[in-house]
Design a protein around this ligand. Structure first.
Ligand SMILES: [Zn+2]
Ligand SMILES: [Zn+2]
Length: 153
């Protein structure tokens, strides 16, 4: 994910690269992971004065997120654009990865559902209620008045 920028006479760098699951550092901030075909990142880096760069790229591909309710993997199609004036930490190479992470982070959906009516996980036993019914059902649907009574016991 690094671009060789050591040639000071060069003003413009083009890139077209693939990002796989292994390339993403486990920063713990991203909940999505690239699908089996990876992500495509294509764009240009333009040298500006004072070690600044104009970075423009498009990120496309499949991202897999855990369902917000049942945690099952959900495939989503990502088509994100990134454009910013950035600085490079090093003078000889430009690391794309932090900006790819930024792009993914900014565009991360706040809620992902495997289906509209996902029934989620049982709060008591963790069973996936899309696939099974568990014996805590009755407990979970307890009458609120009963709940109040129970807390008195
Ligand atoms: Zn779900
Ligand atoms: Zn249960």
């Amino acid at each position: 994910m690094k671009i060789d920028i050591s040639d000071q006479t060069k003003k413009r760098f083009e890139f077209d690269t693939k990002l796989g699951d292994d390339d993403l550092p486990v920063s713990g901030e991203l909940s999505g992971t690239p699908g089996p075909d990876g992500l495509t990142i294509a764009g240009t880096l333009r040298r500006l004065p004072e070690q600044k760069y104009e970075l423009v790229f498009h990120l496309g591909g499949t991202l897999i997120y855990p369902c917000s309710r049942c945690l099952d993997p959900v495939e989503t199609q990502a088509e994100y654009d990134f454009e910013d004036i950035v600085e490079s930490g090093a003078e000889t190479e430009f690391d794309l990865l932090p900006f790819i992470e930024d792009c993914l982070f900014i565009n991360e959906p706040s809620k992902i559902l495997c289906r509209e009516d996902c029934r989620g996980l049982c709060q008591h036993c963790g069973a996936n209620l899309n696939y099974e019914t568990c014996s805590c059902d009755a407990e979970a649907e307890i009458d609120p008045r009963m709940e109040a009574l129970k807390s008195l016991l």
